[in-house]
Ligand binder design. Structure first.
Ligand code: LLP
Length: 430
């Protein structure tokens, strides 16, 4: 990946050098290049526009939800995918238009559904029979209605980590297509006038590099839509193909560009609609990682170095699995640089350790860097998705701050947590 480096050999993000960011905000620090977020969003939006397709690009806010981020999504005319009351609350607090929000979840609570109905969000993606029942009751109580998408599991195994696989039959999400469960859900919904089925949804997994899974899912959705058209005279307005577009973390990854992903989907949807003489539906997608992943990096300060002669050198940083749990959880790989010494050659191999009291708290194994001294500033790239959003307070570390950088200016997007805030729910015993 190409990075901007100034004449002093210091990494720059969005026109601001990282030394300035360190001085202003301290470390560990999540830094977002807002221009990059916009560019990623526009790659999707503009491809659909170019292809003449009515589409919604819904940012999957689970990848990184904060008021400032939701505001950027709003500015970029994205829709928003939320999966909880907390994400919905964040969206509403940020002034996001409720009609462009849709809600997911495999166990939406009554409160969550009530909040969605009261806020008049655009639609609920229904996931199971229990939810349909609860939603029906709420809509009857409130004498209103709700658009819904029916989430199906198309029985596709995308090539990705098991924990982020979602489209296979044996999944906790959605209605299974092969066993007739999706049919039964559709028939149930047809009888409920307050739930209007706007279309279908599927999400086959995350960090996917090939288009084949998406295309196969599209075909399966058209198969069932065809059937429901024949049997029930139902025509879907919307086909939501989920998220999951893979990004580059290290050179081992070889993703398509975002417009290539979008163009491939459009081509398949147009082809399926044409060959089946089915009206062209709107295409909705829900990218999370592809919008924010490569727009974020994390700054750390180097601390202790432990040399085990002939075995390994551990270099510890002032963060770790509390700000980025992905290496520990998924064996995820990242690149790291000495951010203020970008002009120096690599001299030594370090394994980058977090500071949690846990051997598994390793951010990167075997990274080549210049000779590192305590106090050096390090940058880990592509931490924008599922970093802050999965941050935690293990060992009672406060959550790191988030800063937004754009056109040479920087501003705090999420303040660093204070120690008093770490203990804010603690009560003393009598
Ligand atoms: N739509 C649905 C229904 C999803 O379940 C997800 C992700 C997305 C969209 C967005 O997927 P994306 O475009 O970001 O791949 N914590 C894991 C990822 C979990 C993804 C869960 N669902 C990680 O750090 O890799």
């Amino acid at each position: 990946m190409k990075h901007s480096i100034n004449e002093q050999g210091v990494l720059e993000v969005g026109g601001v050098d990282v030394s300035t960011l360190k001085k202003h905000y301290g470390t560990p620090l999540y830094v977002y290049d807002v221009g990059r977020i916009r560019k990623n969003a526009r790659a999707f939006v503009e491809t659909f526009e170019r292809e003449g397709i009515t589409a919604q690009v819904a940012y999957a806010s689970k990848a990184f939800s904060s008021v400032a981020m939701v505001q950027v999504a709003k500015q970029e005319k994205l829709s928003l995918d939320v999966v909880s009351e907390g994400e919905l609350h964040t969206a509403l607090q940020a002034g996001f238009p409720p009609e462009k929000i849709h809600m997911h979840g495999n166990n939406k609570s009554r409160n969550e559904l009530e909040m969605a109905v009261e806020a008049r969000i655009g639609c609920v993606v229904v996931d199971n029979f229990f939810e349909i029942e609860v939603l029906k009751e709420i809509l009857e109580e409130k004498e209103t209605s709700m658009d819904v998408l029916l989430r199906v599991t198309p029985g596709i195994e995308a090539h990705t980590h098991d924990y982020i696989l979602t489209g296979q039959e044996d999944s906790k999400f959605g209605f299974d297509l092969t066993s007739g469960q999706a049919d039964a859900a559709f028939i149930t919904l047809q009888k409920l006038s307050r739930l209007r089925v706007k279309g279908l949804h599927c999400h086959i997994g995350s960090q996917i590099f090939e288009t084949s899974g998406f295309l196969m899912a599209t075909r399966k959705l058209f198969d069932i839509m065809d059937k429901w058209k024949k049997d029930h005279d139902f025509v879907a307005d919307v086909l939501n193909l989920g998220g999951g577009f893979g990004i580059r973390y290290t050179d081992e990854d070889d993703p398509l560009s975002l417009d290539e992903y979008a163009a491939a989907l459009v081509k398949e949807v147009k082809h399926q609609a044409a060959t089946r003489d089915y009206p062209l539906p709107e295409i909705w997608i829900e990218p999370g990682r592809a919008i924010v992943g490569d727009a974020g990096l994390t700054l750390y300060e180097a601390g202790s170095v432990k040399d085990i002669d002939g075995v390994r050198t551990y270099l510890s940083v002032d963060g770790g699995m509390t700000d980025n749990i992905r290496p520990a959880l998924y064996d995820a790989k990242y690149d790291i640089v000495a951010a203020e010494r970008m002009d120096e050659a690599d001299e030594k191999t370090y394994s980058i350790a977090g500071k949690c009291c846990e051997s598994g708290d390793m951010l990167i194994w075997d990274a080549d860097l210049p000779h590192i001294r305590p106090g050096d500033l390090l940058a880990v790239f592509s931490t924008g998705a599922y970093g802050y959003s999965m941050a935690n307070n293990y060992n009672r570390f406060p959550k790191a701050a988030v800063v937004f950088v754009e056109n040479g200016t920087h501003q705090l997007a999420v303040r660093r947590e204070a120690y008093e805030e770490v203990t804010r729910f603690d009560l003393s015993i009598e």
